[in-house]
Design a protein around this ligand. Structure first.
Ligand SMILES: O=C(O)[C@@H](O)C(=O)CO
Ligand SMILES: [Mg+2]
Length: 261
C-alpha cells in the first residue's frame, strides 16, 4: 500500500502550524506536505522536520495574495516578474527544507483567455528551467472549480498537454484523486493513463473532503491501483478531518491491513 504524507495545512489544525510537525510524527507519519511555508524562515521549518524525524514531500510556490482571493500567478498576464520571484523563493526554501518537488499554482483567470494561456506557457517554461537547474521537480495540479471557482487549470487532459509540450522528465502531474473524481471521474483509468507523468498524488474522500474510506469512491481499490502503476512517491492526505485529526486516523490501519488483503 502507498506511503502517506500528512498535509499540515489541512490536518492537525488543532495545533499552531509549527507544532503540527511533532503532532504528525506522534501519530506515526514519517512525511508531511503543506501549502505554503513562507510565513516562517526555511531554517526553522527544517529544524521542525528534523526534530520530528520527518521528510517534506511537497509545497507550493507563492499563490500571490491568498487572503485577497488569488490562487497562483502562473496564468496571470502582467505578473511575470512576481511569478519569477516566487519560483526563486520556492527553490531557495526547497533547498533548505529538502523538498524534492514544488507545485506551481495557475491562478484565477479564464482558460479561454489566450493571453492567460500564453502567460501560463511561458511561466511554466521558465519555472521548468529554474527548477531543472536546481534539481527539483515541478508539478501542476488540475483543481475542481467547485472548490476553486474560476481556476485556470481545471482539466486533467489540458494539464497533461502542457506537460507534454514542455517534455522534460522533472515536469509532472499532481494527481489529486479528490479533484479528479469531481472533475471527470474515471479515477483508475486516469491513474493508468497518466502513470508515467505522475509526480505526486493526494487523496481525500469525495464529496466532502474528509478522511479516505468515508466517501463515494473505493479508496482501498484505488490505493491498490496506485501500487500497481508503480508509483513510489507519497500520497498526501489533503483532507479536512471530520472531527479531531488523531481520532480520525483509524482509516490508515484499514489501509495497511485491508480485510481481504
Ligand atoms: O488540492 C488543493 O487544493 C491543493 O493541492 C493545492 O495545492 C491548492 O490549494
Ligand atoms: Mg491537491
Amino acid at each position: 500500500m502507498p506511503k502517506f504524507a500528512a498535509n499540515l495545512s489541512m490536518m492537525f489544525t488543532e495545533f499552531p502550524f509549527l507544532d503540527r510537525f511533532r503532532a504528525a510524527a506522534d501519530c506515526g507519519f514519517t512525511a508531511v506536505e503543506f501549502l505554503f511555508p513562507y510565513e516562517h524562515a526555511a531554517e526553522l521549518i527544517a529544524d521542525k522536520l528534523s526534530e520530528a524525524g520527518l521528510v517534506q514531500a511537497l509545497f507550493n510556490m507563492s499563490p500571490g495574495n491568498w487572503d485577497g482571493g488569488e490562487r497562483g500567478l502562473a496564468a496571470l498576464p502582467g505578473r511575470e516578474s512576481e511569478f519569477a520571484q516566487s519560483v526563486e523563493t520556492a527553490i531557495s526554501y526547497a533547498r533548505v527544507i529538502g523538498t524534492p518537488r514544488l507545485h506551481m499554482m495557475a491562478g484565477i483567470v479564464s482558460a479561454r483567455n489566450p493571453v492567460a494561456t500564453d502567460a501560463y506557457r511561458k511561466n511554466l517554461k521558465r519555472a521548468a528551467e529554474l527548477t531543472g537547474e536546481a534539481g527539483i521537480g515541478l508539478v501542476i495540479e488540475p483543481i475542481n472549480s467547485r472548490d476553486m471557482p474560476g481556476y485556470f487549470l481545471d482539466n486533467f487532459d489540458r494539464a497533461v498537454s502542457f506537460i507534454a509540450e514542455i517534455n522534460l522528465p522533472h515536469v509532472q502531474l499532481q494527481f489529486d484523486i479528490y479533484h479528479r473524481q469531481i472533475l471527470h471521474g474515471d479515477v483508475i483509468m486516469a491513474l493508468r493513463r497518466f502513470a508515467p507523468l505522475i509526480g505526486h498524488i493526494q487523496v481525500a474522500s469525495v464529496p466532502d473532503r474528509h478522511e479516505p474510506l468515508t466517501g463515494e469512491l473505493d479508496d482501498l481499490r484505488i490505493f491498490t491501483e496506485i501500487d500497481a502503476i508503480g508509483y513510489q512517491g507519497y500520497v498526501g492526505c489533503e483532507y479536512r478531518p471530520r472531527r479531531g485529526t488523531k481520532d480520525g486516523l483509524g482509516w490508515i490501519g484499514k489501509v495497511s491491513d485491508p480485510p481481504d488483503g
